[in-house]
Design a protein around this ligand. Structure first.
Ligand code: B1M
Length: 211
């Protein structure tokens, strides 16, 4: 990676938003390819994701790095659109019905965006009907659901049941996660994958789409 992009990646890892924006603008004005600039941003977020998995950085560092990445992305978004750089795939994410916890879900969203995926965030307290409407409207590759309460975990199954009823189950992969969720639970309700943290969720989402 060129020196400017390397510097941009390092500033992103430190969450230095104004520097990331300035370096992104410099990269654009020096005529670097927007896809290469994007890869510089993704590289920084990838490093943060790995460190987060190893408990070398924590939620606040991830949040400020993601904020810097989003600011950098805003600079190059119009150029990427002009160039027709396609996202890796599309994910619909939300916290299930009855559940208002969104910090983990937001981290998953940020990591997925950082991995080059387009993410449509339905927010919290998302009913099966809302998931279904979003699938019908957006034709995503993946539905990602988060739950933090043992009492709302069954609502993940309700979404899978609704997908089956509508004949949509084969069209999307289903990923689930959140503190009380387990791999066993995922198998029990027929989800495709459980992942333990946001960085793994982004990795697995890409894997599910590309393989
Ligand atoms: Co609530 N809460 N809360 N809470 N809350 C917990 C979850 C709880 C464990 C606290 C406790 O009792 N020790 C408990 C649940 C008990 C249970 O069900 N077994 C609990 C409770 C009971 C409640 C209320 C019922 C309290 C009340 O009103 N009596 C109430 C419910 C409201 C509702 O949702 N309907 C409630 C409310 C709240 C607040 C609104 C005050 C606030 C939420 C604010 C917000 O999210 N905007 C809150 C908080 C902050 C917590 C704790 C303290 C922290 C949760 C958090 O954000 N963690 C939590 C206790 C705890 O966990 N220590 C607690 C940080 C976040 C990064 O982790 O979300 O686990 P997490 O995400 C992780 C992974 O799980 C994973 O990635 C992230 C890390 O990379 N992950 C995924 C998450 N989603 C994923 C999806 C994936 C893959 C990975 O694929 C799709």
């Amino acid at each position: 990676m060129n020196e400017l992009l390397q510097n941009m990646s390092e500033k992103l890892q430190k969450g230095k938003m104004p520097e990331v924006v300035a370096l992104t603008e410099q990269a654009v004005s020096e005529g670097l390819d927007p896809s290469d600039i994007l890869n510089g941003l993704l590289d920084g977020m990838g490093v943060i994701g790995e460190k987060f998995k190893r408990n070398e950085v924590f939620v606040p560092e991830v949040l400020i790095a993601a904020r810097a990445m989003n600011a950098g992305l805003d600079v190059i978004k119009p150029l990427l659109e002009e160039q027709g750089v396609e996202p890796v795939g599309k994910v619909i994410i939300g916290t299930v019905k009855g559940d208002l916890h969104d910090i983990g879900k937001n981290l998953v969203r940020m990591m997925m965006v950082g991995a080059g995926l387009e993410v449509i965030d339905l927010g919290v307290d998302v009913s099966p009907e809302k998931y279904i409407a979003a699938v019908e409207e957006n034709n995503p590759d993946i539905i990602a659901m988060s739950a933090l309460l043992t009492t709302t975990m069954p609502n993940m199954k309700a979404v899978i049941d609704a997908l089956e009823e509508k004949g949509l189950r084969d069209k999307v992969k289903v990923m689930i996660g959140g503190a009380p969720v387990t791999d066993n639970f995922a198998q029990e309700i027929g989800a495709d994958r459980y992942t333990v943290d946001a960085a793994s969720a982004a990795e697995v989402a890409k894997e599910l789409i590309l393989n």
